[in-house]
Design a protein around this ligand. Structure first.
Ligand code: PAF
Length: 291
């Protein structure tokens, strides 16, 4: 059951900090759910978990310009703050933080960057993306002083990067990863699904079909090349789909592996029309996967 019936709307860092001070004086634990808004059931699962595990929950709702490249979809990224506020209120979040870009960035010269982990996978087509993510997430940790922060496993590279950043920079926050939430036909939920036309929406199911096949055929000792070829063929059969990458990497450092013998992440980005969609699964030896 939701704990609060009202939600506070904060537009400034000072408003958030003032509220945090009150909650901390009261000895309350604070959960943070960082989002870029246009919330869906995937975000809902993070918010519900945060509400269950913390006394107070802040959802940040900020389309972060620093993580978009010059030719990317910053301007068209879907937004609906009124609906987001109501969504968070119903789930029991205590505050939604919706700053203007100028509140977060005042001619900045300091950034947070991460070596190696941001080079591959999404980093190839989005070279500045993870610098923007690490910077805004660090700022949100500093602004909120959260005890726990919740991120979706759909963005597996982002989650691995944030875990490493928190470890390397000694942020005093527990990172909680939450499973991918899927539509009835398997498509992983994403705000960018809003870009899909009717035909593209049908075509987009090829990502999760490829994931399902991958989970069925993966086994210890299999070559990564074989797994990639079999999974890619499902996507290549779909005329509207174009693979950006489909890779098998180790779960921590995200380096490509040749043979499947340790904990791995199988991750893909696929263009369906102008939408670039992500999906993945992780696997470790002797694991029984239920699909
Ligand atoms: O996953 C997202 O929506 C964003 O990358 C995040 C973590 C909110 C940072 O802007």
């Amino acid at each position: 059951m939701a704990k609060v019936t009202e939600i506070k709307i904060a537009k400034t860092i000072t408003q958030v900090r003032n509220q945090i001070k009150i909650w901390q004086k009261e000895g309350k634990s604070i959960g943070l759910v960082p989002t870029m808004g246009f919330l869906h059931a995937g975000h809902g699962s993070l918010i519900k978990r945060a509400v269950a595990e913390n006394d107070e929950v802040i959802v940040s709702d900020f389309v972060n310009p620093a993580q978009f490249g010059p030719d990317e979809d910053l301007e068209t990224y879907p937004r609906n703050f009124a609906a987001d506020t109501e969504f968070c209120r119903k789930l029991g979040a205590a505050m939604i933080f919706n700053p203007e870009p100028s509140e977060m960035y005042d001619n900045p010269k300091a950034y947070v960057n991460i070596d190696d982990l941001s080079d591959g996978l999404c980093g190839v087509t989005r070279p500045i993306h993870f610098k923007g993510v690490c910077t805004v997430v660090s700022k949100l940790f500093n602004i909120t002083n959260a005890d726990r922060a919740y991120f979706g496993e759909k963005d597996a590279q982002q989650l691995a990067i944030i875990r490493k950043m928190v470890k390397d920079l000694d942020f005093d926050v527990e990172i909680v990863g939450c499973p991918i939430v899927r539509e009835a036909d398997g498509l992983a939920m994403s705000s960018r699904n809003a870009y899909l036309s009717k035909d593209e929406r049908k075509a987009a199911v090829c990502l999760s079909k490829s994931i399902t096949l991958g989970k069925e055929i993966i086994h210890e000792g299999m070559s990564a090349k074989q797994l990639i070829a079999d999974m890619s063929s499902v996507i290549e059969n779909e005329a509207l789909a174009k693979i950006d990458y489909l890779e098998v990497v180790d779960v921590e450092l995200l380096k490509p592996v040749d043979k499947i013998d340790g904990p791995i992440l199988v991750a893909m980005a696929v263009y369906i029309g102008k939408a670039r969609l992500l999906d993945n699964f992780s696997w470790k030896p002797e694991e029984t996967i239920t699909i």
